[in-house]
Design a protein around this ligand. Structure first.
Ligand code: PHE
Length: 343
């Protein structure tokens, strides 16, 4: 073989090796290119090197010199490609400033909404007191939201301005004579649904959304959550209610929390009370409660001479806000991650 042919072959080899290394998209491709061009057994470089023997004696020094140069060129091209792949620079630019020991971008991990967290905790506490969760629909009828709860037809709580009534015919006001649908305004509806379907003894809680057309401000929101509790059995009375509320407040707030009850009025309880607990130096109202009115027991087919019970309804947002010192209910529903990620 002539010296010129030999050198031409070498130059071609250097060019194709460089191209193949540059085209490698990952270290596997780079490695198979390396084997193809510089493999110790049948690599293309090796095959050319073997032809050195057929070069004329006088041309050998020049041929050998070029052989070494090309070997070095191929090695450089390989090193460059390997470095590019390690630095993640696909377009061939090198970035010597990459520091693989630095922490990566911050991973945002989702979490439960503070109200969901509160609900889970309330279920947990009440579960330990023997209360099982029960569910009811958020779209209710007049019977479960009012009538069965001893709220008469003429009661102001039924005012269309205080309720989200749903009417099937657009623009037509729901008539009060039948059983119109509305977004439930209280979880007391679930008391009725449970009692309609089960016999005492009953010990349930119901946690869920309720809806009232209130203008949103720091303490009001047109949708919020309640926890309803209901216990029915023979001989259940007001002091059982107070005991359960006291145990609940103490567990939830994690301390010896004084509670008090004040006389109040709800159509479905008699007597009715308002319950407060003492927290951070002041009395805070945490909900309504009372002994279930005999009319309610009769409405679901129970015998009020045989069984009695108590019920309570607490605001979940209020419990969550007091515990976490949240000053405005609207923060809970603005869905600003800077707020939500604190919980
Ligand atoms: N349902 C009442 C309310 O929403 C709270 C309540 C529940 C009162 C059970 C007494 C008994 O205000």
């Amino acid at each position: 073989m002539s010296l010129q042919q030999f050198i031409e072959q070498l130059d071609d080899l250097a060019g194709s090796a460089r191209q193949a290394f540059m085209a490698a998209a990952d270290s596997e491709q780079l490695e198979s290119a390396r084997i193809e061009f510089t493999g110790a057994k049948n690599g293309q470089f090796k095959l050319i090197q073997k032809q050195l023997g057929s070069i004329e004696r006088g041309d050998k020094p020049l041929a050998g010199k070029r052989l070494n140069e090309v070997k070095q060129e191929i090695q450089n091209a390989f090193d460059e490609a390997a470095e590019r792949l390690a630095g993640g620079q696909v377009d061939g630019e090198r970035d010597p400033k990459v520091d693989a020991t630095l922490p990566g971008p911050v991973q945002r991990i989702g979490r439960l909404h503070p109200i969901t967290q509160t609900i889970n905790e309330l279920k947990d506490i009440m579960g330990r007191l023997g209360f099982t969760p029960a569910e009811g629909p958020e779209i209710e009828d007049d019977w479960h939201n009012f009538k069965a709860l001893n709220i008469p037809d003429i009661h102001p709580a039924r005012d269309p301005l205080d309720n989200f009534y749903l009417s099937t015919a657009r623009h037509s006001a729901p008539s009060l004579g039948d059983n119109p649908l509305l977004m439930r305004t209280q979880t007391s509806t679930v008391q009725i649904r449970v009692m309609e379907n089960r016999q005492p003894p009953i010990r349930i809680i119901s946690l869920g959304r309720v809806y009232r057309p209130d203008t949103a401000d720091a303490t009001h929101f047109p949708m919020f959550h309640q926890m309803e509790g209901l216990m029915i059995d023979e001989g259940v009375n007001l002091s059982d209610l107070k005991t359960v509320l006291k145990l609940f407040a103490t567990s939830y707030l994690g301390d010896e929390v004084p509670i008090r009850i004040r006389p109040s009025f709800f159509p479905f309880t008699e007597p009715s009370v308002e319950a407060d607990y003492y927290w951070n130096g002041k009395w805070v109202e945490f909900g309504g409660a009372g002994v279930v009115d005999p009319n309610v027991l009769s409405a679901v087919g129970y015998d009020p001479d045989k069984v009695t019970g108590f019920a309570f309804g607490l605001g979940v947002e209020r419990l969550c806000m007091i515990r976490h010192q949240i000053t405005d209910i609207r923060y809970l529903y603005t869905n600003d991650v800077r707020f939500l990620q604190q919980f």
